[in-house]
Design a protein around this ligand. Sequence first.
Ligand SMILES: [Zn+2]
Length: 145
Amino acid sequence: MLSQKEKTQIRAVLAEELRRLSKKGESALSYSMNHERNIGRDSIDESMEEELFSTEMRLHDREKFLLGKINKQIARLEADEIDVCEDCGEAISFRRLLARPVTTLCIECKEQSEREEQATEQAGRAGGFAELGDSGDEAKAPAEE
Ligand SMILES: [Zn+2]
């Protein structure tokens, strides 16, 4: 169980994460607006456009994911559960929480889950690119003929 002082510190770190995320959200939005204006320009390579677009989508997904994690951690903090590993119920050290404020796992469970995440991410990325490639070819085909 964390002390009040430790909880206050974690709360400040989480608040800082939220601020950083909202700044990122603003820059992603302005990027998105620039992106809209650039559509249709001859000087922009279509495949590059697609790549930028898919990167942007992944960024948004990542931000949404992170925002969800921060909100969840704030709830866990208020419920005095923030230092309890979600998987095995062991304590997560205060030092670890300060360094990784959105973590809900102890170091052992985290290492295990990272190995699983990497495998899933690689599979997901391959699937995503295949989909984009298919639709891109269809859209481009009439213009090339
Ligand atoms: Zn654990």
